[in-house]
Design a protein. Structure first.
Length: 437
């Protein structure tokens, strides 16, 4: 459900963004996939065009979506169909010698059968070298939802090969800004992980910031300026119902869900200074987690769900800190530059990712939480707003490439990347949705 809000543009946006230690750079909307870099160790795989029985919708095919899904990870090198020696659709038609000749490690074959308004997919994944089937399933979906069917197959193939759950059925949230005829229009949008099927969830003349997914993927928390000041809302995606949860004097910002979905971390300045609080969403009770003269903001739960990472300038400039339990003494995590902000921990607790400034450029970096080793992951000069995939294998961030704004997804080690360029408007604050089974 799309909601429209009309108010005069807020004059306090720049000051609030400075307070939050967030860089705002324009990135474009209407996302389209473009692979920009692949890993040298990418696994060769063939996704053979599925045989079809019955009339299928025009446009993208299931097999082409699976090909794109696997390619976007940088972990797979997908063989173009025109280079295939044959187009098998079942085990009896697979000649492993031919696929070995093409240097393939895996081959996926299948067929689609339409019955009324539903399509059933039968698919099999083979290890070429071992000449054995490692995955064989059937799955069905409405004809109108074949993209979800394709993403499901991609998830299964990815997990069968890597042992890690795929994230192709997850979603992205992001905020777009269009400026036309002297008027600004902000839109909170949700799309497939590849940028397709984007839908507007909220539209406003006022800024929208910091979308954050609930653990069950059913809600988004975000900051809206529709009342002329920053206020935190929770938005139920299925119904469009919006609930104002934090409207205190001063700053209300940087919402982040607890792992159980029952509370939100947030930054409030209701008592004068920007501090981190936890709000119980059932009774709206607040617990103050930091109490310092410095600015404390951008808090997120760590992988254990017991502690938090946050940004603070208590050492003279923005740095990442970790508090093992609420109220414990924070420990500084980052030391490699004068500016490190917007922490986003990986799901296995090994790394924390963040925005890192070096030589007047802003990159995405990560720190190994056990060794303290810092690694710069990106090469462009204006990178911001990292968000980690729920399986920990990729992350998305906003950046600028050759004067064109894009969202870019990279592997978590920085070894592969694809970009989501847009054609109109600016987009910022990407948020990767949870893995929902």
């Amino acid at each position: 459900m799309t909601q429209r809000i009309r108010h005069n543009p807020s004059r306090t946006l720049v000051a609030v963004i400075t307070l939050l230690l967030v860089m705002v750079s324009g990135v474009r909307a209407e996302l389209l996939i473009r692979i920009t870099e692949g890993a040298d160790s990418a696994i060769p795989i063939s996704v053979v065009p599925f045989a079809e029985s019955g009339q299928m919708p025009a446009g993208e095919t299931v097999s082409s979506i699976v090909q794109s899904d696997l390619a976007m990870t940088g972990e797979f090198r997908v063989l173009p169909p025109e280079k295939m020696l044959s187009l098998p659709s079942r085990r009896e038609e697979v000649y492993f010698r031919d696929w070995r000749l093409l240097g393939q490690r895996y081959v996926l074959v299948g067929s689609l059968t339409r019955s009324g308004d539903r399509v059933e997919a039968r698919y099999e994944l083979f290890d070429v070298n071992r000449e054995e089937r490692i995955l064989g399933e059937t799955a069905a979906a409405p004809v109108s939802n074949m993209r979800s069917l394709a993403h499901h197959i991609s998830d299964k193939v990815y997990e069968a090969i890597t042992g890690v759950p795929g994230v192709f059925s997850t979603q992205l949230a992001f905020v777009t800004l269009d400026r036309a005829n002297g008027e600004s229009r902000y839109r909170l949008q949700v799309s497939d992980v590849d940028g397709k099927r984007a839908r507007i969830r909220l539209e406003s003349r006022e800024p929208i910031l910091s979308p954050a997914w609930s653990p069950d993927g059913k809600k988004l928390a975000y900051v809206s300026f529709e009342t002329g000041k920053p206020v935190i809302f929770v938005h139920e995606l299925a119904t469009g119902k919006r609930t104002k949860v934090a409207d205190f004097p001063g700053l209300n910002s940087a919402p982040a869900w607890s792992p159980d979905g029952e509370s939100l971390l947030m930054t409030l300045s209701k008592d004068g200074n920007a501090e981190i609080y936890r709000m119980n969403l059932e009774n709206r009770q607040l617990t103050k987690l930091t109490d310092h003269w410095a600015i404390d903001t951008e808090a997120v739960w760590d992988a254990s769900g017991e502690g938090i990472f946050f940004t603070s300038d208590r050492s003279g400039g923005p740095q990442i800190y970790h508090m093992e339990t609420p109220g414990a003494e924070p420990r500084r995590i980052t030391f490699g530059s004068r500016y490190n902000a917007r922490p986003r921990p990986g799901p296995n607790g090994e790394f924390v990712y963040y925005v890192h400034q070096r030589d007047q450029a802003f990159h995405i970096a990560r720190t190994n939480l056990e060794t303290g080793e810092e690694t710069i992951l990106t090469r462009s000069r204006s990178d911001e707003s990292p968000s980690v995939a729920p399986n920990g294998r990729m992350l998305i961030y906003a950046t600028d490439q050759n004067g064109t704004g894009v969202l870019t997804v990279i592997s978590s080690d920085g070894g592969a990347a694809y970009s989501l360029p847009g054609s109109e408007g600016e987009v910022r604050d990407p948020a990767w949705g949870p893995l929902v089974r």
